[in-house]
Write a protein that binds this ligand. Sequence first.
Ligand code: PAF
Length: 287
Amino acid sequence: MLILEASAETMATCRAWKRGGARVGFVPTMGYLHEGHISLVRIAKESCDKVVASIFVNPTQFGPNEDFARYPRDLKRDAAMCEAAGVDLLFVPPVEEIYPVGSATFVNVEGPITSTLCGASRPGHFRGVATVVAKLFGIVGPDVAVFGQKDAQQLLVIRRMTRDLFFPVEIVAGPIVRESDGLAMSSRNAYLGPDERAQATVLWRSLQEAARMFEGGERRAAKIVAKAREIIACSPLARPDYVELVDNETLLPVQGNIDGTALLALAVFFGKTRLIDNAVLQGKESQ
Ligand code: PAF
């Protein structure tokens, strides 16, 4: 596995692969990898000849009081995991490679898909995400890029940007990977203390109960949200940021009854740690 820090060398390597007829897959990450990330690499490998992963803790997607400085980092372990998963090139740029002095271009995806949910609690977050992903697409030039469904809103933002900017990249979603007790895998789970970790399963339990109600025929959005909130409230350490049932494509809140497919999206604080999770509620009628 090649490990490169320079954008120019990464670009040259990927372009050479493409000229040779290879289909290039890409998995962008912020590192501190877990099985969720590795599952995205596996998805990329299924349809691509070469797989590039990147590790870059992107400063522009963190707010001033967020965890940029303490975001967990372990490049040695990450590199070993990527190599074992069959990554061909691991791109680990320093900040100056992505944001060189004088760089002045940012990508703003507008509308409810960036202003609601995480966009409301983390102003500027999706501007940072869209900008870095656009830059990484420019460097790697992938045919396919794989993103986790856990960040459902991020996935929609990237799909929108890819369409709007005519990037010739197929965006593929990887299913949420969970710990054995249901907690969605996340690099930020490392922040949780033992009691917080034990109680963090309320996210999954609330989503499961909501899915059960939906499968049982409940379509009233308010009822489903109330149940999810009730389960989260069973954890004394949980502080919900949002619990919302939204349209799966526009992210606008579902008013009244669910008609078609909806997304139940959660963000819950445990101490300073903010965890997100979601479930797609899809009726048989819209499958
Ligand atoms: O999902 C992430 O880890 C990040 O938001 C991404 C897509 C790598 C952009 O920094």
